[in-house]
Design a protein around this ligand. Structure first.
Ligand code: FE
Ligand code: FE
Ligand code: MG
Length: 165
């Protein structure tokens, strides 16, 4: 399936699939970190934070879908069991053990900064060699940059709110 689509890729397919599977594990863990963070978060501006976290949780699952589809197009298999996510992940998982808004926002900013690194490196790797993966990684990178911005804007709002009290 998709033989010509694969033949135009100028890189070792196994190498790209491996890089994609690492990002795939990141996306699921990011999805869960946001989704659970939205459930447990406490503190000032909680409602605005919950709305943003839930939006990002949805976006990360969309990213997981995009990455899985590309892995399959390249003849690979997305990481087959959640247990393995921890073997593949670049960015890891920060459990929301401290439920305070600021802590949760900081954890997710860190996650977004890691994701920005991951997709920048992926773009460098496939640049000029695999246009379809390049296009996917660019779309995701644009979202991750927006995510970081959204979260840092919330941190700023929270700081001014706390300073005004
Ligand atoms: Fe993502
Ligand atoms: Fe993100
Ligand atoms: Mg957002």
């Amino acid at each position: 399936m998709g033989t010509k689509g694969r033949a135009i890729v100028g890189l070792d397919l196994e190498k790209i699939v491996d890089v994609l599977n690492r990002a795939y594990a990141d996306e699921w863990l990011a999805h869960y970190q946001y989704w659970l963070g939205a459930k447990v978060v406490k503190g000032p501006m909680k409602d605005a934070v919950i709305a943003e976290l839930l939006q990002h949780a949805t976006d990360e699952m969309t990213h997981a879908t995009m990455v899985a589809d590309r892995i399959i197009q390249l003849g690979g298999t997305p990481v087959i069991t959640p247990k393995k996510w921890f073997d593949y992940t670049n960015c890891g998982y920060d459990a929301p053990e401290d439920e305070y808004v600021r802590t949760i926002l900081d954890q997710n900013v860190k996650g977004e900064q890691c994701a920005i690194d991951v997709y920048s490196k992926m773009l460098d790797l496939v640049n000029g060699k695999d246009y379809v993966t390049y296009n996917m990684a660019l779309q995701i990178l644009q979202d991750e940059v927006e995510h970081e911005e959204d979260l840092q804007a919330l941190v700023e709002d929270l700081e001014s709110f706390l300073a005004s009290k």
